[in-house]
Design a protein around this ligand. Sequence first.
Ligand code: GLC
Length: 675
Amino acid sequence: MIRKYTYGTPFNTEAVVTDIPSEHGAPAYGTVSARQGFSFTYVMEKDDIVYGLGEANRGINKRGWCYISDCTDDPNHTEDKRSLYGAHNFIVISGNETFGLFFDYPAKITFDIGYTRMDTLTVSCEDSDLDLYVIDGDSPYDIVKQFRCMTGRSYVPPKFAFGFGQSRWGYKTKEDFEKVAQGYRENHIPLDMIYMDIDYMDAYKDFTLNRDFDDFPAFVQEMKDQGIRLIPIIDAGVKIEDGYDVYEEGVKNRYFCQREDGSDFVAAVWPGDTHFPDVQNPEARKWFGDKYRFLTDQGIEGFWNDMNEPAIFYSKEGLEEAKEMAEKFARTGTSNWDGSEKGSDETEDIGVWQLGDKLGSLANSPEDYQRFYHNVNGEMIRHDKVHNLYGFNMTRAAGEAFERIDPDRRFLMFSRSSYVGMHRYGGIWMGDNRSWWQHLLLSLKMLPSLNMCGFLYIGADLGGFGSDTTRDLLLRFLALGVFTPLMRNHSALGTREQECYQFEDIEDFRHVIGVRYRLLPYLYSEYMKAALSGGLYFRPLAFDYPEDPMAKRIEDQLMLGGEIMIAPVYEQNAKGRYVYLPEEMKFIKFMPDGTISEEILGKGIHYVEIALNEVPLFIRAGKCIPVADPAECVDKIDMGTIRMLGYEGAEYLLYDDDGVHKDYNLDRNCRVLQY
Ligand code: GLC
């Protein structure tokens, strides 16, 4: 049962696809105040759990921190951070009373979940113009399913996108890409995609290619012949440069975000000064989306959309202010840190730290987000009022264009920034993580939360994006990545080279990634079932074992699909880990020699040994899963070699299709496999 409460005049975010009439009166839970801003307050019982919030910091149970939905480009997301790249304002309170809440509000909104007072949940935002959806159901999972139904079917990528991909910021020339392809193929490590980061473009201009790619279609084909797809990045900012068609068309048609005075807003990002396409405006969105044709016409089948919070290194205005401050600093000659010591007769002196702060806060500043506007049906809406929708609409631009380009075909698409609703057009990656063990665990915790908010095609930069990785961290990251729909190794410019063949004992990488391909028939099948039924691919244990008090507290194991539980190792130098089994299960290890070890373990806590080159999983009692032989790419997986693993006598319902077209059908494409 979903009830909608409307406050003020909300902006239509298009997150919700079903028509739900607004109720009069107050929600059955908590108290709402809609005077001078909006707030919702609910007093939690001691043991209530709060799920949701999608891409957010900290635990699966969100209690104990304050989160702010305010899409932010923050590569240093340490535990104290409140905002990441996405805004997914859906939570489920599970406990004394169980209900779901979706705050459909496109600007900054704060979720204080037991931070100010441990027992109090307060959700608040500046304007009282929003729709609040209150969802009742039999269980948290039932509530999630209703939410998923009201926000529309999750995006379905092509099957090749379930393969493994290699990425690195810095690949520039054909030779760089050929080297990666060779590194993988020669070492027989499976690979389906190589990602093209910003250097493939000419001067970071969207929808251009640098001089090295003269016959691009032939190069795309050369890679495809090896079973490898090239996946280029598209950034939000369009470079300001005379003669550049995208820039000139955008200016001429007024498709860029403008300042209050009608001039095009200028933000510096990778290409230098850029304009932002006004993807909130349907006409501009169509125009920008159609630009992807430049690459699809040359054989490209997938993209990743980046810098679409939108990230701003600095604006013209911001830079001017900083320069003034620097000049003042130079004039006053103060060298103390806070400016308290007068160095001249100016009334206000600038300290070293103040100047540092000013320069440090140039990027992604709230002031800049107030400097430009979107044209929504002729009405100019200031960006900060709809900030969290930019990534959604940039990705929607592409998704809508793909429908026009080839309505029957699936394209790979995932984005950095997102809002609920974008899950219909693409997946996400979890942004710029670091080569830290703690980010391995954080990415695991985000998986079920993101699924609840509709995002199924998800994954983290395996090995870690920033900082130098280590061989053991990468292997453990990959052993989790085996199970994430998006499985990509990505790293930042200047960090240690992170391709799997850069490390000793390459066979371990071949094996771990090989397990992904052996499990792919199962993983794809479970993905499709979750997408087509509005279900969850990843679930907290509590969703499957609601009566088990121990299962409710587990934060480092997940249920995946209907048959398995995963429990990756996430600690340096660990030889294994403790795992809690809520029922008897078969403990499976894919061993480096290609064999599979099986052991039945009873309900309870166990210490299981898991070497760096082993991939563990647990099969639920009475269930079985299909396993194929390893293959070098998805197209080469031989469904004829499938054998069953798990409990003899069990049956598995396998979903399969051609992985290319949109002929999704749960009934037609499912068949029963017996063990
Ligand atoms: C951003 C992206 C990262 C990419 C880099 C260069 O930091 O998040 O994935 O490699 O930009 O394009």
